[in-house]
Design a protein. Structure first.
Length: 149
């Protein structure tokens, strides 16, 4: 089934929200370390509440370890990026996809983006910069699950 992955997250509240999302939608949440905070940060629990206990969280020590995991499990990595051309609503998702979310402060480095199988974007109003990462993940995860379920 589709999974989500966070590349070196730096806002603990967003991780809490995404763990809650993964629990509610029954998808794995991959965390690619290092994080910009410790994983027992109280701010994660405040947002994630008791859903964190049932979330399927998988930690990866590095981008390289995550890549190995994706390749071994025959999964495509789909990057959510404000720089992508393809709208997520026009993309054909597959059950083995992993939706990759970059750092809230900086996205992903070019070398990481280049190793992704595809990139999708959410078209937003011209006078705005970006959506919150948890909201963006929710939108794209919802569409991808709609397509494959």
């Amino acid at each position: 089934m589709i999974e989500i992955a966070l590349y070196q997250p730096d806002i603990p509240q967003n991780l809490g929200s995404l763990l809650r999302l993964s629990a509610c939608m029954d998808v794995v949440c991959n965390i690619i370390e290092p994080c910009g905070f410790i994983l027992d940060d109280k701010r994660i629990a405040r947002v994630g509440m008791d859903y964190i206990e049932i979330a399927k969280m998988q930690r990866h020590d590095s981008w390289q370890k995550f890549l190995e995991y994706a390749k071994q499990n025959n999964r495509r990595i789909i990057l959510l990026s404000s720089k992508a051309e393809k709208n997520y609503c026009d993309f054909k998702f597959q059950t083995q996809d992993i939706l990759l979310l970059g750092r809230e402060s900086a996205g992903v480095p070019l070398e990481v983006a280049d190793l992704c199988d595809a990139s999708v974007t959410i078209k937003i109003a011209a006078n705005t910069r970006s959506l919150n990462i948890a909201i963006a993940a929710s939108m794209v995860l919802g569409e991808s699950l709609r397509q494959v379920r």
